[in-house]
Design a binder for this molecule. Sequence first.
Ligand code: FE2
Ligand code: FE2
Length: 197
Amino acid sequence: MQMTTLHDLMVHELKDLYSAERQLVQALPKMAQSASNSELQVAIATHLEQTKEHVARLEQAFEMLGESGKGMKCKGMEGLIEEGKSLLEEDIDPDVLDAGIIAAAQRVEHYEIAAYGTVREYARTLGHDEIAALLTATLDEEKSADQLLSGLAEGGINALAERDGQQGATQEGVKGPAASPRTSGAAQRSKTGAKRR
Ligand SMILES: [Fe+2]
Ligand SMILES: [Fe+2]
């Protein structure tokens, strides 16, 4: 794709987002299924429905521009989804997995927030006000999803994951975490705890 103008770059970025959103429509159901916390399941399922709408809004934008949305694969989103999936392959406590699913989902939201913020500004600069309005609607939903996830993490899911870690430590007693088959989970928990302090 030849890019000589801001318009070309905007179309490029929109195609990247179109690929990212379509990958998410495929990936989010599995993420929701893997969560144990019912509020987290609902939050992800709700965002899946919003994500389908994000795909539709991008299709509207391409129609307005007389462009096709196809032809690109968002490698950034592919990587984020892969990282999220790799958590599911770990020997991981369900409450700790919930905290990890939130971490993966928030990375995804932040990626989208950055991309939509940038491309909406291109649309505004180029006078595509209708497209900018479509992008704003999606951007607002990405931000709400991110805040909802923060609320779930801070409102109990991180504490549940931490509580499991403490129970493990008590049961293991003087043997310490090295003797536990859940060592890798414990290591992740202590790192998460350190970050939040
Ligand atoms: Fe989205
Ligand atoms: Fe999103």
